[in-house]
Design a protein around this ligand. Structure first.
Ligand code: HAM
Length: 420
């Protein structure tokens, strides 16, 4: 128990952490190209924030949140997603007073009490963006384009971008009525969850994974076939902009998303090679959310989040390797105490000049030090004993070519700068 991480969590050891650093740097780089700046929000928020934004009837709020009372008896929840916190921070810090839209990105751990499997964890990580303050479909296109450029630059070329419109409060109400009527007729063949959802949030029924429900819902009416003119124009413009950017997409009527705040555009980017958990990236527009949690009236927003664990699985399944950038430029083999002490001066000088350098910390024999130097892939090795110290010179060995050269210790930095 003491040496086992909690179920659904994973350590990211140095064998993998360089991949995370690479992905984070790449995401930052792409966000910068599109003018998105970083927002960092707390790991926990008031539980009420998620209930109000993600939605009371969602699986996340009903079953999956890590909620607790702190010692001051406040109801607290570890964030199950990044949007609610970002939007809360946008309001609290009055970012709406700056030039709009506000374009934010975040990199954050998230927590959902789900049944762990490949690509599904209880602590997972999201890269996300939120563009707040524009209801124009051009920003929808920009948000999707950012995700696509990120995936493309990682080498993932065949991901499917699926888009849908989940309507607005005007057309949703009429649609919900129609959908409820349809579902009422099917009530006896639908699961309990669907029958419950039918009353509170009928569109979520479309997302049911129960095979019996799926069979019985084959002629279910879809939102996109009942959207109002405003939603239609919005969706048409979005498609026009995507075509202009040569972004391949399909319209998938079944996308309803598992969070309640979506209006108009909803989209997902799917990778078909990681089994059931194939949605790597999901997002959409959430007009109305900001007002709903106390922000300025009429403030629109759109964004997405992608799961880093699922992204890594997708890269692996597509044979896309990320190189480990770590390297040791030089390993200093020391013979005896005096040489070891002296090696510190040399190490300080080398590292001070941004040449990565290492020495032995386990009192190894010379042979074992060479072996270790091989293991850590040091590019060069130098042996220092009493003689070398006395003569201020030593043999520098290129570990790849086995070439050797006598160099003055006082000129080691200069010599290495020439060859590295
Ligand atoms: P979401 O679809 O719930 O959307 O999550 C986004 C992504 O997070 C998923 O596509 C998936 O890759 C990853 N993810 C979700 N749950 C897990 C899990 N248990 N284990 C591993 N990965 C997971 C949102 O969270 C919205 N806040 C996205 C958004 C931003 N919409 C607008 N702005």
């Amino acid at each position: 128990m003491l040496t086992k991480a909690p179920r659904g969590t994973k350590d990211i050891t140095p064998k993998d952490s360089y991949k995370w650093t690479y992905l984070e740097n790449k995401f930052r780089e792409i966000c910068d190209l599109f003018g998105y700046e970083e927002m960092r929000t707390p790991i926990f928020e008031h539980t009420e924030l998620f209930k109000r934004s993600v939605g009371d009837t969602t699986d996340i709020v009903q079953k999956e949140m890590y909620s607790f009372q702190d010692k001051g008896e406040r109801d607290i929840t570890l964030k199950p997603e990044g949007t609610a916190g970002a939007v809360r921070a946008f309001i609290e810090n009055k970012l709406y007073a700056d030039a709009q839209p506000t374009k934010l990105f975040y990199i954050t751990p998230c927590f959902r009490y789900e049944r762990p499997q490949a690509g599904r964890q209880r602590q997972f990580h999201q890269f996300g963006i939120e563009a707040i303050g524009s209801d124009n479909p051009s920003i929808d296109a920009e948000v999707i384009a950012l995700a696509v450029q990120f995936f493309t630059e990682l080498g993932l070329k065949d991901l499917a971008v699926s888009i849908n419109s989940v309507g607005c409060p005007v057309c949703r109400e009429t649609y919900n009525k129609k959908l409820r009527e349809y579902l009422d007729q099917k009530s006896s063949v639908l699961c309990d969850t669907c029958n419950e959802r039918k009353e509170k949030n009928p569109m979520r029924v479309i997302d049911c994974k129960n095979p019996t429900c799926q069979t019985n819902l084959q002629d279910v009416p879809f939102m996109i076939d009942h959207i109002c003119d405003d939603c239609k124009t919005h969706f048409a413009k979005l498609k026009e902009y995507l075509v202009e950017m040569d972004i391949n997409f399909v319209v998938d009527k079944t996308i309803v998303r598992g969070l309640d705040y979506y209006k108009k555009t909803a989209f997902e980017i799917i990778s078909n090679d990681i089994g059931a958990q194939s949605t790597v990236c999901g997002g959409g527009r959430y007009d109305g959310l900001i007002e709903q949690i106390g922000g300025p009236k009429g403030t629109s927003g759109i964004g997405f989040a992608l799961g880093v664990e699922r992204l890594l699985l997708t890269l692996e399944n597509n044979d896309i390797q990320i190189e480990n950038p770590h390297s040791t430029d030089i390993f200093i083999v020391t013979i005896g105490d005096a040489a070891k002490t002296k090696s510190f001066k040399l190490l300080k000088e080398l590292r001070g000049n941004h040449i990565s350098a290492d020495n032995d910390h386990l009192d190894r024999s010379v042979k074992a030090q060479f072996k270790y130097s091989d293991k850590i892939n040091a590019k060069f090795t130098i042996v220092i004993g009493d003689d070398e110290l006395e003569n201020d010179s030593a043999t520098l060995k290129n570990m790849k070519t086995s070439e050797q050269k006598v160099v003055k210790l006082s000129e080691l930095v200069k010599e290495l700068k020439n060859v590295l």
